[in-house]
Design a protein around this ligand. Structure first.
Ligand code: NAG
Ligand code: NAG
Length: 405
């Protein structure tokens, strides 16, 4: 598997490869790949982990594997297709979604979440408390109330600040008494303060009041707790964050204006490169070289996109990755002979280089390289070190198309 990945990142692709792919390339530039296969394998896997923004694979998973929250599975299926490729790049504001289960497991509608896996550099965009509201117990007499006021408070340490306040209101709204299902409350402020100061995380408290302001019978309004209800209804904190990795969907270094210029040039068929040629003389020389190049071209297929399946099970990551099982990264292979037609998606630079090569004006100028010119992001749904389920988006992972550059 790894030799496959490494072969694909060939010398030619290095010219325009993203820095992240260089993680795979580097170790082989300096040392022979024959010095200890296991060493190479470990080093390669380490570098692949770095591409996924991790130092080590998440541990303590596998033996205690749980069912991922349905919310995270649904979110993944909304954002990604079966191969993990992003369907809609504008759906998520950031590139990371983290889910946490309540650690307190109290019956007192109090919740605490351990956010130690959130990186210091991660920007909290939105945080949501997801509570599953159960139906009122059927044995209770029918209530005259139709709605109740549900408020979520952040618990404060009143000994640390001068305020006598013990809790701070984060979110409040009316909920039908007889409904059941998920209720979502925004708690972004609290989570931002917790990530700034871990010690301040005393948890959340939920208060239910009747419309008049009085206390409500808690048997009437019940939320599922982690202790006594089905795991699929556990209270959950969902964080939408951004870890600061670059988000653009196009390959680095290609100015969108460049491709615009290329697209508007009257390039079609074998005469594609002609407008760039300076003189009639040069043009006839170029024509003479075409036939020779054509003979060579028959041996090597023109630049095209070919499959390259990255199988997470083969890499040994299927224990912590929920989805996808693998993905097709594709690779670009083939020759870029003169003249470069529009179907080769050449840059102006590649067009000129191929002409210089064809004219043999300067020695040792190769034909342009067949490389990815459009890249797509993929999504990974996985268990982190603390067995929380995380969805992360990674840019530039799938070659969408290939071109001569
Ligand atoms: C949070 O989880 C981490 C790692 O699992 C653990 O080291 C830490 O003690 C936990 N913090 C609290 C407050 O429970
Ligand atoms: C508490 O209030 C006193 C005086 O009002 C002030 O000097 C002190 O700095 C305050 N402490 C904190 C932690 O805000």
């Amino acid at each position: 598997m790894f030799t496959f990945v490494i072969l694909v990142v060939s010398a030619c692709t290095l010219v325009r490869a993203r820095p992240s792919l260089n993680y795979l390339e580097e170790p082989y530039a300096n040392e022979s790949p024959h010095t200890g296969t296991e060493e190479v394998r470990l080093s390669a896997i380490k570098r692949l982990l770095a591409v996924f923004g991790m130092d080590d694979p998440p541990s303590a998973v596998g033996h205690r594997r749980k069912q991922p929250p349905q919310y995270m599975l649904d979110l993944y299926n909304t954002v990604a297709d079966v191969d993990g490729v992003t369907k809609d790049p504008y759906l998520l504001e950031g590139n990371t979604v983290r889910s946490f289960f309540d650690k307190l497991r109290s019956e007192q509608v109090e919740f605490r979440f351990n956010l130690s896996t959130v990186a210091q550099t991660e920007k909290i965009l939105t945080a949501e408390l997801h509570l599953f509201k159960l139906r009122p117990q059927p044995t209770l007499p029918f209530s005259r109330h139709h709605f109740c006021q549900v408020s979520v408070y952040q618990l404060l340490d009143s000994t640390k600040s001068n305020s006598t306040q013990e809790k701070k209101l984060l979110s409040s709204r009316l909920i039908p008494v007889h409904s059941n299902g998920w209720e979502v409350f925004t708690v972004t402020q609290a989570v931002r303060s917790w990530t700034a100061d871990e010690g301040s995380n005393l948890g959340l408290h939920v208060v239910v009041r009747a419309l008049g302001g009085g206390q409500m019978d808690l048997k009437m309004i019940r939320f599922a707790s982690g202790r006594s209800h089905h795991p699929s209804k556990q209270p959950m904190l969902v964080l939408f964050t951004d870890d600061g990795r670059r988000r653009s969907a196009t390959i680095e270094g290609i100015d969108p204006e460049d491709s615009h210029v290329t697209a508007t040039l009257p390039q079609s068929g074998p005469a594609a490169a002609a407008p760039a040629l300076p003189s009639r003389n040069a043009r006839s020389v170029a024509k003479a070289t075409i036939s020779a190049e054509d003979d060579e071209g028959a041996a090597s297929k023109p630049c095209q996109r070919l499959p390259l399946y990255v199988d997470f099970e083969e890499i040994g990551w299927s224990g912590w990755i929920v989805s996808p099982r693998g993905y097709n990264a594709y690779h670009c292979k083939g020759s870029c002979p003169f003249p470069l037609g529009q179907n080769m998606r050449p840059t102006n630079h590649a067009t000129v280089q191929s002409i210089i090569n064809a004219l043999k004006l300067i020695k040792s100028i190769e034909t342009p390289c067949c490389v990815p010119d459009k890249l797509y992001s993929i999504n990974l749904l996985y268990f982190d070190d603390d067995e929380n389920v995380v969805l992360k988006q990674y840019n530039d992972m799938v070659a969408g198309s290939c071109g001569c550059h």
